[in-house]
Design a protein around this ligand. Structure first.
Ligand code: GSY
Length: 183
C-alpha cells in the first residue's frame, strides 16, 4: 500500500447482488470474492442470501438476492464502472458467447451522497420499492452503520413492504481482513 492511499478517505457503500441464471449461489460468492479482490474495495459485511420471487417481469426463475457493505477509496462513478466490469467478467465465466446476464450488481448507497446523473442516481432510485433489495440491505446496514442517514427509512420500508416471496436461503460467513478476530 502506498503512503498516500494509507491515509485516503474511505467511503462506505452498499451494493445489491442478484442472480437467477446458472449456479446462483456460486455466482454470488464469486462476485463477493471479486469485489473484495479489487485493490480499492474492501467487503466489510455480507447479508444473508435470500431466495426471492421475480418482480416486474415475473415469467423467469426465482432470484437469489443479497447485499454487501464495502469501504472504498473509489469515487461513486469509478465504483460503478468497476462493478459493471465485474458483471461482465462473471457473465463470461458461465457463457462463452453472448448470453443472458448471470449477475446484477447495483450500487445502492454511497455515504450520504445524493446525485442524479444519467449513468448513476444515488440513493438507487428504485430500492425503496423493492423488498428483495430492502430486506438484505437491512441486514448489513443496521449492523455496519447504525447512524447512516438512510437506516431508519430502510428499516421502516423493509418492514412495511413485508417479506412475502422472500425466503432466507442461507447465511454465509464473512470475516473482513481489516476487522479484528473475535472469540
Ligand atoms: O436489478 C434487479 C433484477 N431483478 C430482480 C431481482 O434481483 N430480484 C427479484 N426478486 N426480482 C427481480 N426483478 C428484476 S428485473
Amino acid at each position: 500500500m502506498g503512503m498516500a492511499s494509507q491515509y485516503e478517505h474511505k467511503a462506505e457503500a452498499y451494493i445489491a447482488l442478484g442472480s437467477n441464471i446458472g449456479d446462483r449461489e456460486e455466482l454470488l460468492q464469486e462476485a463477493i470474492n471479486l469485489i473484495d479482490s479489487e485493490p480499492d474495495i474492501c467487503v466489510m459485511h455480507v447479508s444473508g442470501i435470500y431466495e426471492t420471487d421475480p418482480v416486474g417481469y415475473t415469467d423467469q426463475p426465482p432470484f437469489l438476492n443479497m447485499a454487501v457493505a464495502v469501504t472504498t477509496s473509489l469515487e461513486p462513478m469509478k465504483l460503478l464502472h468497476t462493478l459493471l466490469e465485474l458483471e461482465g467478467r462473471l457473465g463470461r465465466i458461465r457463457h462463452e458467447r453472448w448470453g443472458p446476464r448471470t449477475i446484477d450488481l447495483d450500487l445502492l448507497l454511497y455515504d450520504n451522497v445524493r446525485m442524479d446523473q444519467e449513468e448513476l442516481t444515488l440513493p438507487h432510485p428504485r430500492m425503496m420499492e423493492r423488498s428483495f433489495v430492502l430486506v438484505p440491505l437491512h441486514d448489513v446496514i443496521s449492523s455496519s452503520h447504525p447512524l447512516h442517514e438512510e437506516v431508519a427509512t430502510i428499516s421502516a420500508a423493509a418492514l412495511q413492504g413485508g417479506k412475502e416471496g422472500i425466503t432466507l436461503w442461507k447465511t454465509i460467513n464473512w470475516r473482513s481482513a481489516s476487522e479484528p478476530f473475535e472469540n
